[in-house]
Every structure is written in structure tokens, then in C-alpha cells.
Ligand binder design. Structure first.
Ligand SMILES: Cc1cc2nc3c(=O)[nH]c(=O)nc-3n(C[C@H](O)[C@H](O)[C@H](O)COP(=O)(O)OP(=O)(O)OC[C@H]3O[C@@H](n4cnc5c(N)ncnc54)[C@H](O)[C@@H]3O)c2cc1C
Length: 481
């Protein structure tokens, strides 16, 4: 049943068989800004995209729905940036991701292995570092970074401000503006009302693909609830913990530790896992709540309520039974719910689990993925993400970066980690600015020009890509061939 806004809804008591709808009156929406590049979503991908676009000369605007930048890495309390290297002395993830770490280091806001130790298999070194998640993998030291989420918010603000990006916080991007199949901006809602921003290039970094979905781009929505990306979370932190006492206990008495964790899992039927923070007197508690859809507001609501209930019982057990937690207290809960998997773009190329297994390095690689074994069925020495996975198939002047990039459900589960989202963001922002400067659409951009610029900016790309760039004179785009 439809009715116009303003008319009284029917008072019938029987349930309508189809959802009722209303038709809103048409309205004039003020244009508050015209910009060259509009980035929607200020998480790891969005900040990198905005900074890269602005540094490459584009007038850039970033809108973010919450009061801070960083997305899951700050508001979600997901404070581990893992796998920036693969267990050798070389560090593959660099560029803006490394800049963030350097800035945090200068403030005492990051914990990670000393760079000189990367690749080490020295038992004494390993013994000290293996207390910390992903600092040691397969008996080798690798670059993984634990961040202070509050200082990270400050670092990201600084980077946005210094690069000259116009920032709107408290601004929820609700709808792409589309002319035929070309995105021309977006509408957002805030305390100032409903406003529009017109843009020449737009980048969807909402994590959920809100902009490409409303632009009519093709996407896949199905998540696999047996994978981590199919589960929600409400992360929380506990203070006044003795983390090293806890970690030593976990190593020396694995059976007792497992018994306590099983008891905690039984409370709500899902696991909760204490993980190290940048300080040894705190932990963050990750969790995996199954059976929810992160695009369903009722699921989001019930997960928020359910996890907080479970959290209090789990904390009681930790205090009573887990060495190191006796004096602990609830420090905080995440200000934004943890959403791992959502809409995935159908781009010019979809990264698949099979490609990860084969170890494909695409000729248009824009992100290097160090080997790691998050999903044991996908274990290869070489992984990468191509530029084409950021380019929608049918929509023009739109790029997509972060966890909603074009990938199948398993590849997404493996590749949607923070360091890889930052690399995608840096590539998308750079591509948007280069495509403007060259007067071509993002689809028509010479991908080797993009790769060269990424290397100049300090990014790392696989050896075969660097070799091909030295050899190449002029290269066509990958599209329309
Ligand atoms: C509980 C949990 C644990 C995880 N553990 C790890 C881990 O240990 N290490 C790791 O690397 N990764 C981990 N991940 C995955 C990782 O955090 C995400 O995949 C990554 O943060 C995605 O980055 P993003 O920028 O694409 O999206 P997000 O981090 O989700 O950022 C999206 C941003 O867009 C904003 N936004 C969304 N919609 C709109 C809109 N319509 N208008 C305006 N703004 C909008 C959001 O507020 C947010 O700031 C974990 C994820 C979860 C949930």
C-alpha cells in the first residue's frame, strides 16, 4: 500500500501482505559544495583515498557519518594492522599505511616489532614477540602494528587537514547523484539538513557500498555466515589487566585456558577473544556474532544489545578465573559496530579465491598482499589486488576502495584487512586525481602511470610490476580492449 507523506496512515488491524510504502514529496536540495573528488566514508580506505587525491592536486571533499575518522580501526576498536610484511626482511605494505604508523610512533601510539628484526627466526626474539598477535607467523618476525585508537583518530585528522581536504563529519552519505550512468555527486544528511555535493569523481569508501548501490552499480550481497566476514562484533576493551601474566598462562596451561574460553563461548554461543593492545595493562576483546546481516537495522540493534549482555558475564568469568584479569574493569565498548563483510562491487575484475590460490600478480596491481595464512585453504606466496577491482563495470566517474571492493566472498574474507584497504584507498584517490589531470575517465586511466605514481609516493609493488614499468614505454588501459 502506498500513501503520500503527510496523509494519515490507515488504522486497519490486519497485517498488509506487502510492506507499506509512502511517496515523499519532491524537494529542492541545496548544493553546499562543488568539488573535484568526493570521498564518502572516512575509514582506513577513505582517509587514504582523500589524502592521496588531495596530494595529487585535486580539490577533495570527505564526508564521514561519525564524529571521527578511522572507521573500524578507531571507532570499531579493531586496533591491529597486521601483515605489512611476509616474514622476510622486506616490508611489502608501505605508502600511506607506513606514514600512519610513523606518525603514531612519533606520539607513542603504536606497538610493533623493530624493523631491523623483520624476518628474524632468533628464538630469544621470537619468545618476546610471540605474545603479540601476528608479530610472529610461521616462526618469523613480521611487521604487524597495534595502534592506540584515540591517537589514530588524531593522526588521521592531521593528515586530512595538512593535505587540504575539506572534511564534513557527522554527515551521512545517503544517495549518489547520477546522470545516466555517470555519478555526479552525492546527497548527505546532517544536523544542517539534507545537502548535495557535486563532484567530478567520487570514491565509495563506505565499507558497505552505500554509494555504488544507490548509483545502480552491480554488486553481490550474499555473505557466508561460516566465514569471519559473515559475523558482526561489538569490540570492547578491559583495563587494569596484566596482559603478560595472561599470555604466559595461555602458553603454559593451554588446556585450562581453553576450558575458560569454552565457558565464555557458551554464554552467548559465540567466541570472545582477548588480544594485546599497545599497552600491557589493557586488552581488546574481539568477538564473532553469527547469523546477522550488517545491512539490516534490526540485526544491528539486536547484536549491540546481545553482545553487551554477554560481555558483562564474560568479564565476570575472566575476573574470577583468568590469571591477569583479577583487577580488570570495563574500559570502553566500540562506538561503531563491527561489520566485516557487506556488499561487494561487481567491478571490471573480480578477485577470486582461485586467483589467490594460484598466486596471481595482475598487470594492473595496485596493492601488494604479503603471504599469510588467515584462511588455510588460500596459502600462496603472491597475492595482489588489481586496479580493475576498484572500477565498477557500468558506472562512470566512480571508484570503490576498501572492504567492498570487487571480490568473491572468500577472497574478500582474506583481503579486507586494514593495511590492504589503506592501499586500495591510496590507489583510488591517486587514480581519481590522475584521471582528472589527464582528462580521462577513471576507466580510461593508463594503469602504469598510476603504478609509477604510487611508487613515487612510497608504495611498494611486486618486483615483476617494477620490472615491467622500467621496460614499458607506453601502455594502453586495460579496458575496452
Ligand atoms: C571485529 C572486527 C575485527 C577485525 N579484525 C581485524 C584485524 O585484526 N586486522 C585488520 O586488519 N582487519 C580487521 N578487521 C577488518 C577491518 O577492520 C575492515 O575490513 C577495514 O576496517 C575496512 O576498512 P574500510 O575503510 O573499507 O571500511 P570501514 O573501516 O568500515 O570504514 C568505513 C567508514 O565509512 C563510514 N561510512 C559508512 N557508511 C557511510 C555513509 N553512508 N556516509 C558516510 N560515512 C559512512 C563509516 O562510519 C566508516 O568510518 C576486523 C573487522 C571487524 C569488524
Amino acid at each position: 500500500m502506498t500513501h503520500s507523506a503527510g496523509s494519515e496512515p490507515s488504522t486497519r488491524t490486519e497485517r498488509p501482505s506487502t510492506p507499506r510504502t509512502i511517496i515523499e514529496p519532491s524537494r529542492e536540495t541545496p548544493v553546499c559544495r562543488e568539488t573535484e573528488v568526493l570521498v564518502v566514508g572516512g575509514g582506513p580506505a577513505g582517509v587514504a583515498a582523500a589524502v592521496a587525491a588531495a596530494r595529487n592536486g585535486a580539490d577533495t571533499t570527505l564526508i564521514e557519518r561519525y564524529n571521527h575518522l578511522g572507521g573500524m580501526a578507531t571507532g570499531g576498536l579493531v586496533i591491529l594492522i597486521p601483515h605489512m610484511s611476509a616474514g622476510t626482511a622486506e616490508q611489502e605494505v608501505a605508502g600511506i599505511c607506513q606514514e600512519i604508523v610513523d606518525r603514531l610512533d612519533a606520539m607513542g601510539g603504536a606497538r610493533h616489532p623493530n624493523r631491523k628484526l623483520l624476518g628474524s627466526a632468533d628464538r630469544n626474539v621470537i619468545k618476546k614477540l610471540e605474545h603479540y598477535h601476528d608479530f610472529v607467523v610461521d616462526d618469523r618476525v613480521r611487521m604487524s602494528v597495534i595502534v592506540d585508537p584515540e591517537l589514530l583518530k588524531c593522526v588521521l585528522n592531521d593528515m586530512i587537514e595538512e593535505s587540504g581536504v575539506k572534511l564534513f563529519l557527522h554527515s551521512w552519505g545517503t544517495k549518489a547523484l547520477v546522470d545516466s550512468n555517470t555519478v555526479t555527486g552525492a546527497i548527505f544528511e546532517s544536523k544542517s539538513g539534507r545537502q548535495a555535493i557535486l563532484s567530478q569523481r567520487s570514491i565509495d569508501c563506505t565499507g558497505d557500498g552505500d554509494i555504488f548501490a544507490s548509483a545502480g552499480s552491480e554488486f553481490e550481497g550474499a555473505v557466508d555466515h561460516s566465514l569471519r566476514s559473515g559475523m558482526l562484533a561489538v569490540v570492547f576493551r578491559l583495563g587494569e589487566v596484566d596482559y603478560l601474566q595472561f599470555s604466559n598462562f595461555r602458553q603454559s596451561e593451554p588446556e585450562t585456558y581453553k576450558g575458560i574460553m569454552d565457558e565464555i563461548r557458551a554464554i552467548g554461543g559465540f567466541p570472545l577473544l582477548p588480544i594485546a593492545t599497545h599497552r600491557d595493562d589493557q586488552v581488546w576483546v574481539n568477538n564473532w556474532v553469527p547469523g546477522n546481516d550488517c545491512l539490516n537495522v534490526e540485526h544491528l540493534t539486536s547484536a549491540e544489545v546481545r553482545v553487551r549482555k554477554v560481555m558483562r558475564k564474560a568479564h565476570e568469568i575472566l575476573k574470577r578465573k583468568m590469571p591477569g584479569f583479577e583487577k580488570s574493569f570495563l574500559l570502553d565498548t566500540a562506538s561503531q559496530i563491527g561489520t566485516r563483510g557487506s556488499r561487494r562491487l561487481l567491478g571490471e575484475h573480480m578477485v577470486t579465491a582461485e586467483e589467490l590460490r594460484m598466486g596471481v600478480v595482475y598487470q594492473d596491481t595496485i596493492a601488494a598482499i604479503p603471504r599469510f595464512t588467515q584462511n588455510v585453504s588460500v596459502h600462496t606466496p603472491n597475492r595482489s589486488i588489481p586496479y580493475r577491482a576498484l572500477v565498477p563495470r557500468l558506472t562512470e566517474n566512480l571508484l570503490v576502495a576498501g572492504r567492498c571492493f570487487s571480490s568473491d566472498v572468500i577472497a574478500n574474507d582474506v583481503l579486507n584487512l586494514i593495511p590492504f584497504c589503506v592501499q586500495m584507498g591510496e590507489a583510488a584517490g591517486t587514480a581519481a586525481a590522475l584521471s582528472l589531470a589527464d582528462g580521462v575517465s577513471p576507466r580510461g586511466l593508463n594503469y602504469q602511470k598510476l603504478q609509477r605514481r604510487l611508487l613515487e609516493q612510497g608504495a611498494w609493488l611486486p618486483r615483476e610490476i617494477r620490472r615491467s614499468l622500467t621496460a614499458a614505454e607506453s601502455v594502453p588501459t586495460l579496458f575496452g580492449q
